[in-house]
Design a protein around this ligand. Structure first.
Ligand code: KIV
Length: 279
């Protein structure tokens, strides 16, 4: 880990934007790390893009530990942030601490991320006091999709905007080192970013956040089921991969794969001798 939470604070102070991307395994983490991405998030979005669930709700601690470990093995420079999944921190602070400890000790997390603001501020304080760096996550909090009634932009009315702002301030006050703003109107995200001394990382929160986070599969065109409005595709790897598999299958069927270059040789005299011994 070359990137630290202190470095992120300096980046905000210096007006240097912070790119962050999700990754869920060793190979993906190596690719993101090699690209110089300073923060890799092992998001519980893995529930949808890796495990095939229709939300993040079924994701377990064991899932996060396993994928955290893969990502931490693949990243040498990036700060690795691992999501605490649904119901791993809401019951009480003691359980939250135990689970955060697991993510750091077994899952390779440098820091954890938690959804919620005012309602979890006490727990965040306990975790920070115990040496667990916490990234907050407010606005649209996908673990609460059933309570929110869907994936909707948050903070559009005056009262809702007040709540998002209060959540941001409560997390900062509790000692969080950064906060993700998801699906928050851009002007509100700008105000929050100006009010906070800790970096804001936006996803669907406009250009004025201190950093941006994108989901690996959305950016690379790997997840055809649903592409959110706030995602930008930087590649079409899904269709490239399908074409590659079609090409490979055709080569196998018509005998073009494998060629001599992809095969191994032996002294054929030995084979003749072996067959001779059989007869
Ligand atoms: O799980 C995730 O990928 C996230 C990002 C959307 C911020 O929390």
């Amino acid at each position: 880990m070359a990137i630290t939470i202190r470095k992120l604070a300096e980046m905000k102070r210096d007006g240097e934007k912070i790119p962050m991307v999700t990754a869920y395994d060793y190979t993906a983490a190596r690719i993101a790390d090699a690209a110089g991405i300073p923060i890799i998030l092992v998001g519980d979005s893995l529930g949808m893009v890796v495990l095939g669930y229709d939300s993040t709700v079924p994701v377990t601690m064991d899932d996060m530990v396993r994928h955290g470990r893969m990502v931490s093995r693949g990243s040498s420079e990036a700060l690795v942030v691992v999501d605490l999944p649904f119901m791993s921190y809401q019951v009480d602070a003691a359980e939250a601490l135990r689970n955060a400890g697991r993510l750091m000790q077994e899952g390779g997390a440098h820091t954890v991320k938690m959804e919620g603001g005012v309602s979890i501020a006490g727990t965040v304080r306990r975790m920070v006091d115990a040496g667990v760096p916490v990234m907050g996550h407010i606005g649209l909090t996908p673990q609460s999709v059933n309570a929110l009634g869907g994936y909707r932009v948050q903070g559009r009315t005056k009262a809702a905007a007040r709540r998002v702002l209060d959540d941001a301030l409560a997390l900062q006050e509790a000692g969080a080192y950064s906060v993700v703003l998801e699906c928050v109107p851009a002007p509100l995200a700008k105000v929050i970013t100006e009010r906070l001394t800790i970096p804001t990382i936006g996803i669907g929160a406009g250009p004025d956040c201190d950093g941006q986070v994108q989901v690996f599969h959305d950016m690379l065109g790997l997840f055809p089921d649903f592409v959110p409005k706030h995602a930008r595709k930087y590649a079409e790897l899904g269709s490239d991969m399908t074409r590659a598999f079609e090409w490979y299958a055709e080569d196998v069927r018509n005998g073009a794969f494998p060629s001599e270059a992809e095969s191994f040789t032996m002294n054929e005299r030995l084979l003749v001798e072996l067959l001779g011994e059989e007869s």
